[in-house]
Design a protein around this ligand. Structure first.
Ligand SMILES: CC(=O)[C@@H](O)[C@H](O)COP(=O)(O)O
Ligand SMILES: NCC(=O)COP(=O)(O)O
Length: 246
């Protein structure tokens, strides 16, 4: 199987920084360490409430890293203007609710299809690879293809939660739905990514899905970095991904 790309999400380096209102740890320094450790890309989520990544972080990442930047944001006018100004390699549209602790569920592309089709057109024209962060619902995947997205990133959050809680049968059912979603997406000509909640212990079955070309992993790696350092944490995740694809 084709080598799977690993995007490292550095959101939660900024969470630690913002906890004290300081200037360290610096997300750019973390991104450069990730790049040196073999990350294929950097993902950063500029939330409307700026709870972690801030505008200056996105500017610094866009100017400072040598690997692709995957800019995650809600589908708002504000974020579109930032994306068109900075022209990151990729833009991944994600749902946001201010009161959420983390991303809950996938984007409702089907329910907002006409607006999203118009919304992503200038991003595509600017050369950004546009990705829709969706669940494995075939209707959402099909709608993503209809509006001209290049990529769907399948939300692995429920799979990750079920796995962590020991609900093996339900986790396997969710995995089967993700496998089917990946097959449908690839059949529609979409590039397939996956992410949210992935860890050393749950990544292998996701990495083994042949249509999946990229994984975006952050929170777990930043946590693991506290114990072993970001570089070694990324290298171990790379090893587990490659082992699953062997
Ligand atoms: C879309 C996704 O799953 C993550 O990339 C996103 O960054 C989660 O948001 P938080 O990092 O704020 O939990
Ligand atoms: N889109 C998923 C991502 O970028 C990282 O999600 P997580 O590993 O921080 O849950």
């Amino acid at each position: 199987m084709q080598r799977l790309r690993l995007g490292v999400n550095i959101d939660h380096v900024a969470t630690v920084r913002n906890a004290r209102g300081s200037v360290w740890p610096d997300p750019l320094r973390a991104a450069l360490l990730a790049e040196a450790a073999g990350a294929d890309g950097i993902t950063a989520h500029l939330r409307e409430d700026r709870r972690h990544i801030r505008d200056a972080d996105i500017e610094a990442l866009r100017a400072g890293i040598g690997i692709p930047l995957n800019f995650e944001c809600a589908a708002t006018e504000e974020m579109q203007a930032i994306a068109l100004r900075l022209k990151p390699h990729a833009v991944c549209l994600v749902p946001e609710r201010r009161e959420e602790r983390t991303t809950e569920g996938g984007l409702d592309v089907l329910g907002d299809e006409a607006r999203l089709k118009d919304y992503i057109a200038p991003l595509r024209e600017a050369g950004c690879r546009v990705s829709m962060f969706v669940g494995h619902d075939p209707r959402q995947i099909e709608a993503s293809a209809r509006i001209g997205a290049a990529v769907v990133e399948l939300h692995t959050g429920l799979y990750s939660e079920l796995h962590a809680d020991g609900h093996q049968a339900e986790a396997e059912a969710e995995l089967a739905a993700l496998v089917e979603g990946a097959r449908i997406a690839a059949g529609l000509g979409l590039e397939v990514h996956a992410g949210h909640g992935l860890t050393y212990d749950n990544v292998a079955p996701i990495a083994a899905i042949p249509e999946v070309m990229e994984l975006n992993i952050g929170h777990f790696l930043i946590g693991e970095a506290i114990y072993i350092g970001l570089g070694p944490a990324i290298e171990e995740m790379r090893r587990r991904i490659d082992e699953a694809r062997a």
